[in-house]
Design a protein around this ligand. Structure first.
Ligand code: RB5
Length: 150
C-alpha cells in the first residue's frame, strides 16, 4: 500500500517511529514531514497528506499532531477523505470495517509507542465490510458533493 505520513512538531517523534514501522511492514511510505521539532501549523501538513489521498496519489494517509484533532478537522475538508482520530483497538478496527477510514489521525501527546504500533497494524490489516456500510459511506460522499467541500 502507498501511504502518506505527516505530523506537526507535536507528532514529530511518533511520526519517525510510524514511518519505520510501515517500512518494516513493506509499505510504500511518502513522508511529508515535518522534519524537526520547530513549530509548524498543522493545517499545512494535513493538507499535504489529505490532498494526496483525495487525488488518489496514495491509498491512505496517517497524520499525527498533539491530539489528532486538528489534523482530522483539516483532512475532512478534502473530497473523498474520511479521517478520524483512533485511540484504541476498537476505534482502529471499526474505523476500517464500518467507515472505510482512509486517513488515520493519532495523538502524539496521549498515545504510547506500543499502542500506536498496534493501532497502525490493526488499521492497515482490517478490511472495509461494504454492504450496508458502503451505502452509508456513499451518503457521506453525496453530502460532500452537495455541500461543495474544498
Ligand atoms: C499544536 O500546538 C497543537 O495545537 C496541535 O498539535 C494539535 O493538537 C491540534 O489539534
Amino acid at each position: 500500500m502507498r501511504i502518506a505520513v505527516g505530523s506537526d512538531h507535536r507528532g514529530f517523534r511518533l511520526r519517525g517511529k510510524i514511518v519505520e514501522l510501515l517500512r518494516s511492514l513493506d509499505q510504500e511510505v511518502l513522508d511529508v514531514g515535518t522534519h524537526s521539532e520547530e513549530h509548524v501549523d498543522y493545517p499545512d501538513i494535513a493538507s499535504a497528506v489529505a490532498e494526496k489521498v483525495s487525488r488518489g496519489e496514495v491509498d491512505r494517509g496517517i497524520l499525527i499532531c498533539g491530539t489528532g484533532l486538528g489534523m482530522c478537522i483539516v483532512a475532512n475538508k478534502y473530497p473523498g477523505v474520511r479521517a478520524a482520530p483512533c485511540h484504541d483497538d476498537l476505534t482502529a478496527e471499526m474505523s476500517r470495517r464500518h467507515n472505510d477510514l482512509n486517513v488515520l489521525c493519532l495523538s502524539g501527546d496521549i498515545l504510547g509507542d506500543r499502542l500506536v504500533d498496534r493501532l497502525v497494524e490493526i488499521w492497515l490489516n482490517t478490511a472495509f465490510e461494504g454492504g450496508r456500510h458502503a451505502r452509508r459511506v456513499e451518503k457521506i460522499t453525496s453530502l460532500e458533493q452537495a455541500n461543495g467541500e474544498a
